[in-house]
Design a protein around this ligand. Structure first.
Ligand SMILES: Cc1cc2nc3c(=O)[nH]c(=O)nc-3n(C[C@H](O)[C@H](O)[C@H](O)COP(=O)(O)OP(=O)(O)OC[C@H]3O[C@@H](n4cnc5c(N)ncnc54)[C@H](O)[C@@H]3O)c2cc1C
Length: 405
């Protein structure tokens, strides 16, 4: 079996990214196929560029960048000549100034440090195995918990208060569905997954996707086969789900059928694509692929903001989701925990392990509480009991308002 972890959009091969051979200050991480990835953010982020055409450049003078003189003003009129600004240029601010842009001189607008989460930087580029041949691999992320808090407080710079206040603000925002601050954070993953899972995943429309193209490239001879303990019969109470696991001998027979079908179809795929002098049909890849089984693996880059990631995880980690997509959701939830631990906690508390009550159900709960109060439960005792259960402060008030009205 071959192992190909390159995406058609693999940024390691892009001219804007450090090549696998280039020296960089950034930590490099080995991935299973021997590829390397460095953080897309250099230690000193500056304007990256190869050949850039500045539409309107009125700056004057030359500048020395990495020892080379760069003529930034071929004339003092509008120019549209390509100018080379090497990667790792000395100072982005100087380049901006040389192009005639001077930043606003105001204490509110000082340079900011790029938010970074060390735990995520530590795992950038590593591939976490999923199912038999799949993986989830963190490629990049933008923002951290502080970015959410900053957005909520609509402020620049560090302007946050104590850790406890920030945590409770995150919980408050999440609990009350103030979702846009969570959209300030984004994550980009490289995922290898069977096509039948990709079909479920792609239904989440609020992400950006670039998939391996089987019109350009050959699909690998890799297909998902469930382990025997996951081969189950149709559930009787859940029309979409699995019921009891099949006896081992039956399960092995099922796996054999799945394997043989996938292998036969892949052999035919190769025959269709092979040139005529190799006894093939020289069929276009876009057509040859149509006979492959749905358990064939594909790959994509998937970028999503935190709000929509939490929505995706809530749906796909749930026991109603198919086991195979849950495996991926579980891995991503662990990355989430490293990235934004307090948000993870809020998501567990208010989404994953929470339930929504209908108007009628709330009416019943109110009646039950009224009975308890008639039987002698005081408001103070109720408050104490909520505190013992970890429902405190504003959240306790919200709960009491809901139940007492
Ligand atoms: C257990 C399970 C079983 C499922 N079974 C089936 C099935 O049998 N058949 C089937 O076809 N699908 C099925 N689905 C897919 C499901 O119906 C959704 O399409 C999928 O989960 C994506 O959810 P979403 O639209 O909320 O997510 P996203 O597409 O990520 O959208 C997130 C949110 O953005 C908003 N949004 C996005 N696009 C639009 C839009 N065009 N208009 C209005 N609001 C928008 C909505 O509020 C939405 O909730 C299933 C999903 C699950 C989890």
């Amino acid at each position: 079996m071959t192992s190909n972890t390159n995406s058609t959009n693999s940024e390691e091969n892009s001219p804007n990214y450090p090549s696998t051979n280039s020296k960089s200050n950034n930590e490099k991480t080995q991935i299973p196929n021997g590829g390397l990835i460095a953080s897309p953010h250099g230690q000193n982020d500056c304007i990256q560029g190869q050949e850039q055409s500045w539409g309107s450049m009125l700056g004057t003078g030359e500048m020395v960048v990495n020892g080379a003189t760069v003529d930034l003003h071929r004339s003092n009129k509008d120019v549209s000549v390509p100018v080379k600004v090497p990667v790792n240029c000395a100072n982005g601010l100087e380049v901006m100034k040389s192009m005639g842009l001077v930043p606003i001189d105001n204490d509110d607008f000082k340079t900011l440090d790029r938010p970074h989460v060390q735990e995520l930087d530590d795992i950038l580029g590593l591939a976490w195995p999923a199912l038999d041949h799949g993986f989830v691999r963190l490629i990049d992320y933008m923002g951290d918990q502080e970015a959410i808090i900053q957005a909520a407080r609509v402020s620049y710079g560090k302007g946050t208060k104590s850790v406890i206040e920030d945590t409770s603000l995150l919980h408050y925002l999440y609990r009350n569905r103030h979702s846009s601050p969570f959209e300030m954070c984004e994550i980009k993953l490289h995922v290898k997954l069977p096509i039948f899972i990709a079909r479920q995943w792609i239904r989440h429309r609020t992400a950006s996707v670039n998939e391996y193209s089987a019109r350009y490239s050959l699909l690998d001879n890799e297909f998902y086969l469930p382990t025997a303990d996951k081969v189950a019969c149709q559930s009787t109470d859940n029309k979409q789900g699995r019921g009891d696991v099949l006896p081992l001998d039956k399960a092995l027979e099922v796996i054999k059928i799945l394997r043989e079908d996938a292998e036969r179809n892949y052999a035919d795929y190769e025959k269709l694509l092979a040139p005529e002098d190799q006894k093939g049909f020289d069929v276009a890849r876009e057509l040859g692929r149509i006979n492959l089984t749905l358990n064939t693996y594909t790959q994509w880059y998937w970028k999503v903001d935190l709000h929509n990631l939490l929505h995706f995880l809530s749906l796909r980690i749930d026991s109603h989701a198919q086991y195979e997509i849950r495996v991926y959701a579980q891995i991503i939830s662990k990355i989430l925990k490293l990235w934004v631990p307090d948000v993870f906690e809020a998501w567990e508390e208010y989404s994953l392990q929470a339930k929504t009550f209908s108007k009628s159900q709330i009416a019943v709960l109110r009646k039950i509480l009224a009975f308890a109060q008639k039987a002698g439960l005081s408001e103070q005792e109720l408050t104490q009991y909520l505190q013992i259960q970890g429902v405190k402060g504003r959240e306790a008030r919200e709960f009491k308002d809901l139940l007492i009205g």
